[in-house]
Write a protein that binds this ligand. Sequence first.
Ligand SMILES: Cc1cc2nc3c(=O)[nH]c(=O)nc-3n(C[C@H](O)[C@H](O)[C@H](O)COP(=O)(O)OP(=O)(O)OC[C@H]3O[C@@H](n4cnc5c(N)ncnc54)[C@H](O)[C@@H]3O)c2cc1C
Length: 284
Amino acid sequence: MTNGVFEYQRPASLEEALAAMQEQQAMALAGGTDFVSMRNAGAIDPTVTVDIKGVAELRGINERAEQTTIGACTIMSELATLSRPAFGALRDGAGVVGAVQTRYRATLGGNVCRSSPAGDTLAPLLVLNSGATLEAMGAKRQVPLPEFFTGPGLSARRPDELLTSLSLPHLEGASAYQRHTYRAWMDLAVVGVAVWVRTEGGRCLAASVAICGAAPTPRLVPEAADALVGLSVEDERFDEAQAAVLRAADPIDDVRGSRAHRLDALSVLVKRVAQTAFSRAQGR
Ligand SMILES: Cc1cc2nc3c(=O)[nH]c(=O)nc-3n(C[C@H](O)[C@H](O)[C@H](O)COP(=O)(O)OP(=O)(O)OC[C@H]3O[C@@H](n4cnc5c(N)ncnc54)[C@H](O)[C@@H]3O)c2cc1C
């Protein structure tokens, strides 16, 4: 225990930040919207707090030929500028995090590193086939997002590594994300669903489906994606996709909702979100 005594560092460059992360029990502070409450609750106890907000290399959205790279410290409100239809789910997810004030502080990298089963950008990043870039002093590696989340609040990131960016390939088609909450704003997802689709003549040629708040980690549901292929927005039969999602889900009972309620909400959301993605893919 540090007994409340800790060192605070504010590196100006990525190199300085990676050097500071070498210290034992060093932890990154990005927007602080999770970090501060976790530290106050005693859930984390860093000896060195490495404030990475001022590191320019960790911010911004870079659109390249085949993929878009988003710096880990890019704040949620900036994600509203992502204009590709395929990135709709990520815009949706970032757009419901907390309140306006939260979205001007909370970062995409913080949401990913917090690795909450119900994080609102995580199912969107999964259906968009994203990858995480992790860096430590003298080492850099890429981790596909499905391999990043290892348990509730747990990830493949090593203690001395910083998540530096997320890369999103330029998929065709469109995507959407919606969550079920009890209040319209300032509430965490009871469950959420993200869907990406590529369509031709209104019919689905390829799809990806991910769920959150429904299992120890956000997860892809390939069987639900397969069940969407061949469907269109006019279809009413989403039962196979709904059944596949319910088979993949393993929600808990807690204050936010019973297992049965979560499963009911998931079933409704799969159809609704798939229809939104289909409509968007047709430019509606
Ligand atoms: C009022 C309020 C409402 C909220 N509503 C929502 C909501 O609706 N949906 C939702 O998903 N979340 C919500 N949250 C949670 C939080 O805002 C998000 O998880 C946010 O994205 C965290 O980002 P941050 O930059 O604040 O991370 P921080 O709090 O700074 O960090 C979170 C964790 O990630 C680590 N970390 C951060 N960045 C990096 C990095 N680049 N490399 C390595 N480790 C890193 C930190 O060490 C810490 O353990 C809410 C929080 C508050 C306070």
